[in-house]
Each structure stands twice: as C-alpha cells, then as structure tokens.
Design a protein around this ligand. Structure first.
Ligand code: ZN
Length: 162
C-alpha cells in the first residue's frame, strides 16, 4: 500500500487541466492503486489524479458500492438537479452546498483501458461530477452556494468527504 500526498486548495496543480491517458502503463497502474489506497485511507468517496499531483485524466470513486476507476471519463448525458453538501479531500475540514445534476451518464475506460459506461444518481452522480471537474482544474469551492462552512473534527455529521 502506498499513500500519496493529497494536494490542498491553493496548490496551483489543482487549477490545471489534465491530459488524456494514451495507454495504461505499469507506472499509471501503480498510480491508480495508490489513488485507491489514498482515498480509502483518507475516508473519501472519490479522488482525482491532480489531487495527488498528477495531471492525467484518471479518477477513482467508491461511494460504498465498490471501487470505480475511470480513465479519460466524459459526461455524455445529465439531467435533473440536486442540492446538497459537498466536501473534498483537498479542502479538509470544510464543506458547502453545491447544485449538481441528479443523474449522469459517464463514458470512459477502466484501469485496463476497456471502454466502460457508468451511470449514477444522487451521491454517485455528485461524486462523478465533482471528480470530473478536478480533471479540468475546477474546484467545488467555485460552485458553492453561499459560504463554505467548517466541519467539526471527530464528529460524524453525515457530511460526505469526496
Ligand atoms: Zn475533490
């Protein structure tokens, strides 16, 4: 298990656009494994490569239904609307209200570069949108309705850390 350092808000790399992955190399496989380890260790539900300092279009997500690895993901359809709390491993101790589509369909490739389609509603739709935004250098803090608020440490208040 290898944990990578999670970059935090203010780090320039989080505002940069990521490059497409052309082929899955052993080095990138290791990155995907480390991203999963890092996400689980930090108790997040998603992590994007730029959050560990790599400008590649790769995200990992697990909302409790098992790991999803997406390479070169893109939203192909979205509908509905949901308003809810959102957090980010790159913005520790904070959360805010963000409006997202309630349903999205994402196409991309899995960790072996096989084409995959992932369809998500509610929390999964939110996680997909949040993580895909990271690949274009967009932080959820730019989409928050009103102000960010502090989340209390050591208290499970149901706020999702992504
Ligand atoms: Zn995030």
């Amino acid at each position: 298990m290898a944990l990578r350092k999670i970059r935090e808000l203010g780090d320039e790399i989080l505002t940069k656009k990521c490059r497409e992955v052309k082929e899955m190399t052993p080095r990138l496989k290791e990155l995907v494994g480390d991203m999963l380890d890092t996400m689980y260790d930090a108790e997040g539900v998603g992590l994007a490569a730029p959050q560990v300092g790599v400008l590649k279009r790769i995200v990992v997500i697990d909302i409790g239904d098992g790991p999803i690895v997406l390479v070169n993901p893109r939203v192909v359809s979205e509908d509905g609307e949901q308003e809810g709390n959102e957090g980010c491993l790159s913005v520790p101790g904070k959360a805010g209200i963000v409006i997202r589509p309630n349903h999205v369909v994402v196409e991309g490739f899995d960790g072996d570069m096989n084409p995959v389609t992932v369809e998500g509603e509610e929390l999964l739709a939110r996680a997909l949108c949040h993580e895909l935004d990271h690949l274009d250098g967009i932080m959820y803090t730019t989409k928050v309705q009103g102000e960010l608020y502090d989340t209390l440490p050591d208290e499970d208040d149901g706020v999702e850390e992504e």
